[in-house]
Design a protein around this ligand. Sequence first.
Ligand SMILES: Cc1ncc(COP(=O)(O)O)c(C=O)c1O
Length: 374
Amino acid sequence: MTEQADHAADALAWLRPTVRDIPDYKGPKTASDVDLDKVRILHLNESPHPPSPKAIEAIQNFSENLNRYPDIYVRALSDALSDRTGIPPEQIVFGAGTDELVHFICEITTGPGDVAVMPWPTFPRYALTTRIEGGESIKVPLNDAGANDADALLAAINNRTRTVWCCTPNPPSGGMMDEAALRQLADGVPENVLLAVDEAYHEYGMHAGGADVLDAIKHRRGPWLVLRTFSKAYGLGAVRVGYALCGSVEVANALSKTKLQYNTNSLGQAAALAALEDDAYLQKTLDLMATERSRLAEGLSSLGLKPLPTAANFVSAELPCNAAEVMKALAERNILTRDWRDPGHPRHIRITVGLPDDTDAVLAAMTEILDEME
Ligand SMILES: Cc1ncc(COP(=O)(O)O)c(C=O)c1O
């Protein structure tokens, strides 16, 4: 090491090496960074629809007690979710989005020397927090349908494994696990390993005729949890409400010990409850999304691309050229999308399903770009 490098390493001696070694954070653009009249945000898998008017009303009416901390136990929403899922309220733990819950789950399970088994590519947070905690990620390729591969996930487990992650429907592919694969994981993951199923796209998966994940895994003898969110199908990404349906009080208690006390704010709790109770609105927006998703996938097919089967609110496709370049060319036309950022899939792009006008714009821009790149 040169003297200069020595000095730099010393100056960062206070920082855990696992954090020091991660490149500086640069988040994606969000609605706050762009002019929404000009730019189409199709890279974050947000709903293009506002939340239920009842959720907006719940936020507008919440003028009382803003000086008070929120309900730590999120009681009203837990009760409503318990009625729908059959999971007791004390086994439902909330986070500022499921993103935060993933962080807590890694924190309680996977320290130095421990292993987390996960599909790849997938939601990157599992691997990122595992790395921060000093654990090791074993990344298991998706199957040909773009879904998590139960056989391969099980085969990757070793005696240092503490968590098996699974995600269905899985971003960025959109593939779903069927009931048999879910049961296989529920039965096959050892009883001293946590099975964590990320169902951030649950409502879309069910609308597409997918398996009932809870039903398929709730007989599991070992520890498990299922993550869901109000950020996607309910259109409430701004207020940050995600939840973990835990298979036992032990799993819920372990999560509650590390979660931050007031992480789910009162406005989010009220809005989520109102949105949950407005089933008609949810169904309407799910139908609209499915119609638009078919139009986008069919449009991409007619351009000669092969869109992957998807049950979520995004469509991925393999391009005949580098996806990062196409993403850049789309961004120059004010359309934000996302390449897979995976060396194994340099030609894959993911596009969030938007409004009809967004689909038209994407297809027109893609036609031009693919022509230019030919
Ligand atoms: C699979 C998956 N899990 C979790 C999240 C995090 O969602 P949120 O923190 O908004 O609940 C996302 C967001 O894109 C996701 O795709």
